[in-house]
Design a binder for this molecule. Structure first.
Ligand code: SF4
Length: 439
């Protein structure tokens, strides 16, 4: 990391394990161990308050969604109309954003925190049924959650008249089929209903017309797992852990060219420099060149942004999005053109095909990248990529199309010369044009 080395204590002080605090406790995924570690205390506390009080409390805590959009949680809970009809809580555990790896360890290490958060949230919005939509490939996480549901039911935390409060709740763990688009909340709802997972037209919004056309609150699994901690710690405590506009802690998933990649839970607003220090520094012989603050759908930032606080507002001021805090770190030995080609291939593959800009745009961008990387690119290809992005951004049906443009436009802004190096023949082509059929 460029700049003077800071003392180890100062570096470690940035770590604030709250949601991750039980991850290293052996067997914390079992109910008996979870209960020894303050498990289900928050639920007992929450059930002593009214539903409206809980919503006000959550609003006061400033807790914002951890799934990418950062929407205020209390406000989302309040949107669900209390009109006597059935309504649902749906937990989005379809983690699939490239680089993101915070929800799986959470479900594996602390499944009861998810269940406890679900019970509190369902109580607040008066839902009698909750669903957890788990990514299809994560069979192990779904099994662990199902086990936690069974244990919670046997102990009286789920089912009829929870802890004598008169509140009933059933939780269904549903495995998806492994489609990235089902992380989009309305596609998730369609998939949960047994249909092909494709985004719905909005409005109407899920808060009023969600699952089975009933009012539905959709929260990310990380958002929900933080709820018991906030209830126990208090709204002010949660606020004080973060910045003025972003309360609490965040799990930053570090991957790429660092010595110790992994999940680091720190206060909101921790900088990349501090995260790299926590991860033991850059890998030997590598120098930071660019990074994504929140997965491949967020514009990449150059090494100049190493001191930008990674919170919602500061990252957006720097020209990107906090997203899922999947911090992918690239060095002077990585090529931004190759990174983009891989990501666009991913988006082309995962496009659900419902709208033309995304279905066609991503397909053709892959072709252009392959032409450039095989040494047959032309200057006009850069304009073609820019034009494709212009026709995708804001014209796609859902966020997948918009997100796909992020890496292309940001890499063209910061690393245009890398594209030119392939086009002008200064860089060795990545593959043989004949073999891949580039033209
Ligand atoms: Fe489907 Fe892409 Fe259109 Fe979203 S933007 S609806 S993923 S085709």
């Amino acid at each position: 990391v460029p700049g003077p080395r800071r003392p180890r204590e100062a570096v470690l002080d940035k770590l604030k394990p709250v949601v991750t605090k039980r991850w290293l406790s052996p067997g914390a995924w079992r109910l008996d161990v979870y209960e020894q570690l303050d498990g289900y205390k928050a639920l007992r506390k929450a059930l002593k308050h009214s539903e409206a009080d809980l919503i006000s409390f959550m609003k006061e805590s400033g807790h914002r969604g951890r799934g990418g959009a950062g929407f205020p949680v209390g406000m989302k809970w309040q949107f669900v109309p209390d009109d006597g009809q059935d309504h649902y809580l749906v937990v989005n555990a379809d983690e699939g954003e490239p680089g993101t790896c915070k929800d799986l360890p959470l479900m594996m290490n602390d499944p009861h925190a998810v269940i406890e958060g679900i019970i509190i949230a369902s109580y607040a919005i008066k839902a009698s049924r909750a669903f957890v939509y788990v990514r299809g490939e994560a069979i192990h996480a779904a099994r662990r959650l199902r086990n936690a549901v069974r244990e919670a039911k046997e102990a009286g935390y789920l089912g009829k008249d929870i802890l004598g409060s008169g509140f009933d709740l059933d939780v269904v763990i549903h495995s998806g089929a492994g489609a990235y688009i089902c992380g989009e909340e309305t596609a998730l709802l369609d998939s949960l209903e047994g249909k092909r997972g494709q985004p719905r037209l909005r409005p109407p919004f899920p808060a009023t017309h969600g699952l089975y056309n009933k009012p539905t609150c959709i929260n990310n699994v990380g958002t929900i797992a933080a709820v018991p901690h906030i209830v126990l710690g208090g709204a002010q405590w949660w606020k004080d852990l973060g910045t003025e506009t972003a309360a609490g802690t965040m799990i930053y998933s570090l991957s790429g060219r660092v010595k110790r990649p992994g999940q680091y839970e720190c206060s909101m607003g921790t900088t990349l420099r501090e995260l790299i220090e926590l991860a033991g520094g850059m890998s030997e012989g590598h120098e930071l060149r660019y990074f994504t603050p929140g997965g491949s759908s967020t514009p990449m930032l150059s090494a100049d942004s190493i001191d930008v606080p990674l919170d919602f507002d500061s990252v957006s001021k720097a020209g990107s999005i906090l997203g899922t805090t999947a911090v992918m770190i690239f060095s002077d030995q990585d090529c931004p053109v190759v990174s983009c080609w891989r990501w666009i291939k991913f988006y082309a593959h995962e496009s659900c095909g419902k709208c033309t800009p995304c279905r066609e745009g991503n397909y053709w961008m892959v072709r252009v990248y392959e032409r450039i990387l095989s040494g047959r690119g032309q200057l006009s290809d850069l304009k073609l990529l820019e034009s494709a992005c212009k026709n995708l951004l804001g014209r796609s049906f859902c966020g997948l199309g918009d997100g796909a443009t992020s890496c292309v436009t940001s890499s063209l802004k910061f690393f245009r010369q890398d594209y030119l190096d392939y086009i002008e023949g200064h860089k060795q082509p990545l593959f043989d044009a004949e073999k891949i059929g580039a033209h």
